[in-house]
Design a protein around this ligand. Sequence first.
Ligand code: ADP
Ligand code: ASP
Ligand code: MG
Length: 412
Amino acid sequence: MNIVVQKFGGTSVANLECQKQVMKKVLRPYREGKKVVVVLSAMAGETNRLLALAKEWSDNPDPAEVDSLVSTGEQVSCALFTMLLKQQGVRARSVLGFQAFIHTDCSYGKARIVNIDTDELKNMLEENDILVVAGFQGCDEQRRITTLGRGGSDTSAVAMAAALDAEVCEIYTDVPGVFTTDPNICNDAKKMDRISYDEMLEMASMGAKVLQIRSVEFAQKYNVDVHVRSTFTDEMGTLVTQEDIDMESVLVSGVAYDKDQARVTLVHVHDEPGISAAIFVPLAEKKVLVDMIVQNPSKNGRTDMTFTIPRADLEQTLKVLESLRYEIGYEELLYAENVSKVSIIGVGMRNHSGVASRAFKALSDENINILMISTSEIKVTCLIEDKYTELAVRTLHKAFELEEGGMKPESS
Ligand code: ADP
Ligand code: ASP
Ligand code: MG
């Protein structure tokens, strides 16, 4: 069975006109005699609308009920799109997460896929030529609906492609591929023909929401080539694939940013063994994703501990830390919400020096103050005031000549 997986995001299924456009893409492989698994998101804005309803109804909505609520967005787009297909005489049906046996753990709101029943899907594909699968949702051991985190339909699609050993996994969206940075904030952003899994993973982790992080993890683990492309044009997009030697030929491949950040500082904690564990273990237990951590040198046995978290986790983080005030023994708990992260990413950084210093110089020439820095083998991240985000992105994009295909190591 030749199977093609195609995923369409919220703006691609936003209304009837868009869905007709989607149908053209879906019918192409179908007419070539292939089986098509179409993974759909909720119509643009729908997931946000449903989340807002949950907040209106309850100060502290039950997480399992929130998942049950927000998963309906995908159910609507799948049912409507299947109606369009059936009108064309196509053998098709909609398939929800529990019907496709997409088993997840029970972390409501950020569930992980543990298993997909491929036999069941293949049976459905015997009887149908196109399956329209609801993205973003699964089902846990207690047969409750779960969701996979924002942008989770990307992960549903890649997981389907891996499970069904599909020949192609295409992610259709509102931009023509993965760009050197978000094309919606930088006019000079260039579409990449290819990007390695590692780079895409860093881009996604650092805020480039064009693919959900977990979808890239899945693709890398199961060696699925992912083709990111536009719903509204026919041009080739970007292939997310294994690294090859050409990819190292530029120092920096992309710039990402993340505005949904907050910074927390614990002032004058005791500098003694176990202090980091006392702070970060309880946060990890609440599934707070701590990113940059800086501990200052201690004075008189006391130090300051500063770290960043997603802004959505701030309330929870402050609650946990306030409840541990005496255990941790800090003097003051400070936080800031007006911060964002900008990152430069590139496998070319592995073997070349001077990349971070060039980035710092470029930001300083624009008078942008760096609040925190973190680095990995293929990434440098700076925390800055959020009002400078767009300027910082454009500045770094220019500093590494990304509009011209990227700075080569020898010219650095
Ligand atoms: P969908 O609804 O199709 O899943 P998303 O809104 O989740 O689409 O992702 C597409 C958006 O990702 C683009 O509109 C763009 O603003 C943003 N984006 C951020 N960084 C990048 C990048 N490096 N390349 C392409 N798009 C990016
Ligand atoms: N509808 C979900 C969201 O808005 C999942 C997705 O679009 O991928 O996050
Ligand atoms: Mg998305």
